[in-house]
Design a protein around this ligand. Structure first.
Ligand code: ARG
Length: 457
């Protein structure tokens, strides 16, 4: 007859709906490798305490290795009573090696086990996220390097502000991702804290060597308090907070590109590979990839907020509420990983229309440069701002551009204007004047590219 792992004190049967409600294997099976890795290390630690003989340890390790193989090649058979990945693996181990399998859980609880599995799983996946993020940044940097000649208006309030290089804009987003890369790497030491050996809550009575366990599993440190070890899920919150911020950056970049891909702007055209059509309007080519990138940021933020809500009222140590850590974490991880890949593809394949960008550069975006011209002639900026503003107003009333006002017009506004005024009406020159660190001049864009390239190596 089938028996639940914890069935000893029970006489009644679990309600079928409760059975299903309780089961987490459906989603926590993706941690099978971490679970088995943790168990192999634990069996070695048990041998060191004398609970297992070397021979028993070998049999357990061989059995666990077989179970791992079954998961890997898709032959692991899930049974009705497999509650979660921990019970499933232990059940299968005992089928393979007999009652000896029952020794593995000595001094261990699913409480320290699950916390260990989650941390181990996340540490492994963070490496993939780092790679995905680097891939995205790399594509942005390469594109920026090739397209340094392209100018467009830079916007504030979505109103044309000053001319900038297109690569400067692209790199601005890359620097947000660069900070995300640093933040992600800074999370690692707090994920890399070993709970195994904390037992159910009070600690391990067989005095397993937790520093040995940490070394075996590649953890940087050991949870110093067993109640903390089994009850802490801050590392999950922290990853989801990280993912929320990274997705905010993805979303803001996507929003720029959604706007730029409209016919009204026409700055970029997404490749067909990242666009979709309309079921009724034959002419449509919609930037669905970008809209999904923008939309999915809400989903990741929701995972984080939802799980914080789950955590906030919990009493100390393990409570079953904590099983609700998995779906949001996995979903946040999947979403952020896919988003980096899609964003990378969008950026790599979109067409950039330098002509349209240049056409959007109207002379009024040089009004700051006009004011700066007078500053160089000795007038305080507050006054030059006003004079330049009057030039803008005059051009507006004449329905002409700033460079179409006559020299006499300019002289009427200030006698400091001389014949060289017309040198101001040059977008490239405006951009090249921004040559302090961080500016949009070619040299400073090249500097940004080299900063990012060295961060990627
Ligand atoms: N499936 C459980 C979870 O994900 C494992 C820990 C169960 N512990 C317990 N005391 N019931 O949290």
């Amino acid at each position: 007859t089938k028996q639940k792992l914890w069935g000893g004190r029970f006489t009644g049967k679990t309600d079928p709906l409760m059975h299903e409600f309780n089961q987490s294997l459906r989603y926590d099976k993706r941690m099978y490798a971490a679970d088995i890795q943790g168990s192999i290390a634990y069996s070695k630690a048990l041998t060191l305490t004398g609970i297992l003989t070397k021979d028993e340890e070998s049999k357990i390790v061989a059995g666990l290795t077989t179970v791992l193989g079954e998961w890997k090649n898709g032959t692991f058979e899930i049974k009705e009573d497999d509650e979660d990945i921990h019970t499933a693996n232990e059940r299968r181990l005992s089928e393979l090696i007999g009652p000896l399998g029952g020794k593995l859980h000595t001094g261990r609880s699913r409480n320290d086990q699950v916390a260990t599995d989650m941390r181990l799983w996340l540490l492994g996946e963070i490496n993939n996220v780092v790679d995905g993020l680097k891939g995205l940044i790399r594509v942005m940097v390469e594109r920026a390097d090739k397209e340094k000649d392209i100018l467009l208006p830079g916007y504030t309030h979505l109103q044309r502000g000053q001319p900038i290089r297109w690569s400067h804009l692209l790199l601005s987003h890359a620097f947000s991702f660069h900070a995300d890369l640093q933040r992600l790497q800074q999370i690692i030491p707090r994920v890399s804290v070993l709970p195994l050996g904390c037992g159910a809550l009070a600690g391990n009575p067989f005095v397993v060597d937790r520093e040995f366990l940490a070394k075996e599993l590649g953890f940087q440190s050991v949870a110093e308090n067993s109640l903390y070890g089994v009850g802490d899920r801050d590392f999950i919150v922290e990853f989801m907070m990280w993912a929320s911020l990274a997705m905010t950056h993805v979303s803001r970049m996507a929003e720029d590109l959604v706007i730029y891909s409209t016919a009204e702007f026409g700055f970029v055209t997404l490749s067909d590979a990242y666009s979709t059509g309309s079921s009724i309007m034959p002419q449509k080519k919609n930037p669905d990839s970008l809209e999904l990138l923008r939309g999915k940021s809400g989903r990741v933020f929701g995972n984080m907020a939802g799980f914080l809500m789950t955590l906030k009222g919990l009493p100390s140590t393990y409570n079953k509420d904590l099983q609700e850590d998995k779906e949001p974490l996995f979903d946040a991880y999947d979403t952020v990983s896919a988003s980096f890949k899609i964003a990378e593809g969008v950026i790599a394949t979109m067409e950039v229309h330098a002509d349209k960008m240049f056409q959007a550069l109207t002379m009024d975006v040089l009004a700051t440069d006009l004011a700066d011209y007078l500053v160089r002639k000795g007038i305080p900026f507050r006054e030059t701002h006003h004079i330049s503003g009057r030039a803008v107003a005059l051009a507006e009333s004449r329905k002409c551009q700033l460079n179409e006002l006559t020299f006499q017009d300019y002289q009427g506004l200030s006698d400091k204007f001389s014949e060289d005024i017309h040198d101001i009406f040059n977008f490239e020159a405006s951009v090249e004047r921004r040559e302090s660190i961080g500016g949009t001049s070619r040299k400073m864009v090249e500097r940004q590219i080299s900063v990012l390239r060295s961060a990627l190596n």
